[in-house]
Design a protein around this ligand. Structure first.
Ligand SMILES: [Zn+2]
Ligand SMILES: [Zn+2]
Length: 208
């Protein structure tokens, strides 16, 4: 599997270019900003980008979607419960930033358990609400992309509109922690981690 992490923008969002090395089909996860850098990484990867997958609808994860869609012709996918946020600069928080008016549409809406192919790789959608109602994590070939749900040693904020601390804890405990200990975790911000590392040391999720 090809995987390249590019950290972009004011909020240091991790954008990922991932794909199947055999078929050269790929995806971009959370193109948040710095479209030019992302375009160069895509070009260098040699992948034909089929999907732009958004882990949720916040500005720091969607800021470069239009430009990357224009560049790749890829379909934009998001969970249906965050689709409204894409169109609404108040809800996607872009009103508070230097890219003030993000109004986007998606090409397809995702639901928990959806599975699609990226060449010979399988991508499974895991609905992990809490940071936002439509936050998702992705299982691509056994690697977890957790957006703003689970970070190394931390969890996503739940004080934005639609956030729920109870739900984010439930999502992490019941869905993400059910993955094997050695599963690698690629978060929306900060360094990579593993399920084992978080199970043993994440101070926000109590083990009982
Ligand atoms: Zn967020
Ligand atoms: Zn974020």
């Amino acid at each position: 599997m090809f995987l390249k992490q590019i950290t972009v923008g004011l909020y240091q969002t991790n954008c990922y270019v991932a794909g199947c090395q055999e078929t050269k089909k790929g995806v971009v996860i959370d193109p948040g900003d710095e479209a030019q850098n992302l375009k160069e990484a895509i070009k260098k990867s040699g992948l034909k980008i089929e999907y732009i997958i958004l882990t949720h609808g916040h500005v720091d994860h969607i800021g470069a979607v239009s430009l990357i869609k224009e560049f790749t012709g890829a379909e934009v996918l998001i969970h249906k419960d965050d689709s409204k946020m894409l169109k609404n600069p108040e809800e996607n928080l872009s009103v508070h930033t230097h890219i003030p008016n993000i109004k986007l549409g998606a090409d397809r809406f995702l639901e928990d358990g959806d599975v699609f192919d990226i060449g010979k790789l399988k991508c499974k959608v895991i609905h992990t609400p809490g940071h936002t109602p439509g936050s998702i994590s992705l299982d691509i070939d056994g690697k977890l992309f957790t957006g703003d749900t689970l970070f190394a040693g931390s969890i996503g904020r739940t004080d934005f509109p639609g956030g729920s601390f109870k739900n984010i804890v439930k999502s992490i405990k019941e869905k993400l922690y059910s993955y094997p200990d050695n599963t690698k975790v690629y978060p929306g911000h900060g360094p990579c981690t593993s399920i084992k590392e978080e199970k043993t040391s994440n101070p926000f999720i109590r083990r009982d």
